[in-house]
Design a protein around this ligand. Structure first.
Ligand SMILES: C=C1C[C@]23C[C@@]1(O)CC[C@H]2[C@@]12CC[C@H](O)[C@@](C)(C(=O)O1)[C@H]2[C@@H]3C(=O)O
Ligand SMILES: O=C(O)CCC(=O)C(=O)O
Ligand SMILES: [Fe+2]
Length: 318
């Protein structure tokens, strides 16, 4: 069966997907660092393979997700506001998606497990194992990034998401198929992720697209054995604009259900978001003013999904 490629909306162009960098994390270290830095500067997006998370950890998490979304609506709604259907956030954004949005710390996972799985130890264990594993990968990548940028303290980014108070979240997005006659094939509309780094894994169904320029979309080929890495807004700020946060969206597939599992590595609420001194020079003065993650989160949640909230924190903005 030949799957139709996504339909361009209005004047949009869909480009071929083979430009997306794929980094082999088991490759030669200097080469890996170079590739990660280049991809983060040019795209704010790349895929990693040989990431070290076991198939079992991924498959069990995926199964827990599919089991949850297969429940009757009345049961899923008991998990609200962690569970949502079609609404994205609180400001009127909608999409052809249902989701489960969990705080990624262990006690919150235990707490929500009581509501959504009658405290099924399997559910709790699967979510914590996956979250811990994916956090490790995020930290490894952030340390390679810092090294590649010449930052002396290579843990400057990773320590924020390792912090016990880290505000990281895990989101499962479930996109039922929508046939092409359906007027809206947008599952999750265009946006950038506000946090530091997102690690996203999906099943073998296409849908994710990234945008480098307004109206030009690059589809990301699905690869269940790879992880997609998105530079988030906070990392753009903490690299003083060297890395760019990627704008992306997810389309529904005409035939198959898609499920993505996204880990958003975030700082603690009170952490100051500021670039390390080595990235701020007379030739490259600070592009952003100093703020806390709580400030950024507040701005994020007061705005629409597609808004470029990072602009509010530019150094020359009042
Ligand atoms: C419309 C919104 C949903 C969102 C919060 C926001 O006000 C703007 C950013 C959205 C986003 C995108 C990335 C993540 O999926 C998310 C959890 C996040 O941190 O920012 C969502 C927020 C959400 O769904 O609550
Ligand atoms: O489902 C996807 O591939 C994208 C989801 C996404 O961008 C998000 O959850 O922020
Ligand atoms: Fe996203």
């Amino acid at each position: 069966m030949v799957l139709a490629s996504p339909k361009p909306i209005r004047n949009e162009t869909i480009l071929p997907s083979d430009v997306i960098p794929i980094v082999d994390l088991k490759g030669e270290r200097c080469e890996v660092i170079k590739q990660i830095v280049k991809a983060s500067e040019e795209y704010g997006f790349f895929k990693v393979i040989n990431h070290g998370i076991s198939d079992e950890t991924i498959d069990k998490m995926e199964e827990a997700g599919f089991n949850f979304f297969a429940k009757p609506m009345s049961q899923k709604k008991q998990a609200s506001p962690a569970y949502g259907c079609k609404n994205i956030g609180f400001n009127g954004d909608i999409g052809e998606v249902e989701y489960l949005l969990l705080n990624a710390n262990t006690s919150s996972i235990a707490q929500i497990s009581k509501t959504i799985s009658n405290d099924d130890p399997n559910f709790r264990y699967r979510v914590s194992s996956y979250t811990e594993a994916v956090k490790e990968v995020a930290c490894e990548i952030l340390e390679l990034m810092a090294e590649g940028l010449g930052v002396p303290d290579t843990k400057v980014f990773s320590s924020l998401i390792k912090d016990i108070e880290s505000d990281s979240v895990l989101r499962l997005n479930h996109y039922p198929p929508k046939d092409k006659s359906h007027s809206n094939n947008v599952g999750f509309g265009e946006h950038s992720d506000p946090q530091i780094l997102t690690i996203l894994r999906s099943n073998d169904v296409s849908g994710l697209q990234i945008s480098l320029q307004h109206g030009l979309w690059i589809p990301v080929n699905p690869d269940p054995s790879a992880l997609c890495v998105n530079v988030g807004d906070v990392l753009e700020v903490m690299t003083n604009g060297r890395f760019v946060s990627v704008r992306h969206r997810a389309m529904t597939n005409s035939y198959k259900t898609r499920m993505s599992m996204a880990y958003f590595g975030a700082p603690p609420l009170n952490a100051s978001i500021v670039a390390p001194p080595v990235l701020v020079t007379p030739h490259r003065p600070s592009l952003f003013r100093t703020f806390t993650w709580a400030d950024y989160k507040k701005a994020t949640y007061s705005l629409r999904l597609g808004d470029t909230r990072i602009q509010l924190f530019r150094a020359n903005m009042s």
